[in-house]
Design a protein around this ligand. Structure first.
Ligand SMILES: Nc1ncnc2c1ncn2[C@@H]1O[C@H](COP(=O)(O)OP(=O)(O)OP(=O)(O)O)[C@@H](O)[C@H]1O
Ligand SMILES: [Mg+2]
Length: 274
């Protein structure tokens, strides 16, 4: 444990993440429909318009993004389309307009599975663990795309979330809300993602557990994995955000640094309780 990649805040060890891929000039992988797109943030869903199936559009030219080494936070009222925007970036929505780019490639046409292969880790808002499986089986499921030895990554996840090591033989469904979220984040980390997308990782947990989870998320970001996350605890989340997005009715209402949004009188009055 003492040689953990996570021992101590501010550790710059990147071992849980992947080496950054070369930027421009990379050949497009055989069989893939990704295209080189070297400009812009590390991950961006840009000007996304679309909805579910044949239903009305939920997103209206909505943009969310995260830069290398940063934490970006998406806030907004219930039903604003935050989860829909995350699903769109992950490829679970057919966009009528807009594009998704990751690490120098346009991936708008890729399936969610192929986006995972490209390095996207996604923890959805609901049903994000296998409750009848043990903690360790959940982590093993997370490593399903890997053909190499993932025991080091599992050790790193256990160093990050020691309680999971203690409870590794327990059914994940028996854990507390905060511990389940740790399983969900740990599962996503098992793919060695290049970017981590979290939809309300602190939903339903106490303020103390929320602080603890935020600390762990900051720790993951410091290992070099950018984080794009939706949060209902807007004030606390913006306090740790490099970039913040306020979405309202599927549109970008306010965008700025976390601090700018926290200090914006309109954002404060409308979304932060004054
Ligand atoms: N699977 C779905 N099929 C059809 N409509 C959906 C689906 N999921 C969400 N919606 C609709 O899309 C809109 C945006 O919902 P979404 O879940 O993205 O909001 P949200 O900002 O994540 O809200 P919350 O804060 O409650 O999580 C809502 O009107 C919702 O009813
Ligand atoms: Mg949601």
């Amino acid at each position: 444990m003492s040689d953990s990649a996570y021992s101590g805040r501010g550790n710059k060890d990147r071992s849980i993440g992947r080496e950054p891929a070369a930027r421009s000039g990379d050949p497009v992988p055989a069989g893939g429909k990704a295209r080189p797109a070297p400009e812009g943030p590390f991950l961006i869903g840009e000007a996304m318009t679309g909805g579910y199936g044949r239903g009305a559009d939920i997103l209206h030219s909505c943009t969310i993004a995260v830069e290398r080494g940063e934490i970006a936070v998406i806030v907004g009222p219930n039903g604003a389309g935050k989860s829909t925007a995350m699903k769109a970036v992950f490829g679970m929505l057919n966009l009528r307009e807009g594009a998704v780019r990751l690490d120098g490639e346009e991936i708008t046409q890729l399936s969610p599975q192929d986006r995972v292969l490209k390095g996207m880790g996604f923890v959805p808002q609901t049903s994000n663990i296998f409750t009848s499986m043990t903690v360790e089986e959940n982590l093993e499921m997370g490593a399903f795309i890997r053909t190499d030895d993932f025991s080091d990554t599992m050790a790193q996840v256990y160093d990050l979330f020691p309680i999971l090591k203690e409870k590794r033989r327990q059914a994940a469904g028996e854990l507390s809300g905060g511990q389940r979220q740790q399983v969900a984040v740990g599962r996503a980390l098992m793919t060695k993602p290049k970017v981590l997308m979290l939809d309300e990782p602190t939903a339903g947990v106490s303020p103390i557990v929320m602080d603890e989870l935020f600390d762990r998320i900051i720790e993951v970001a410091r290992t070099g994995i950018p984080i794009l996350m939706v949060e209902q605890n807007a004030r606390q989340a913006l306090a740790i955000a490099d970039k913040g997005y306020v979405l309202v009715q599927g549109r970008n209402a306010h965008t700025g640094t976390g601090r700018e949004l926290l200090e914006d009188p309109e954002v404060r009055a409308s979304f932060l309780g004054g």
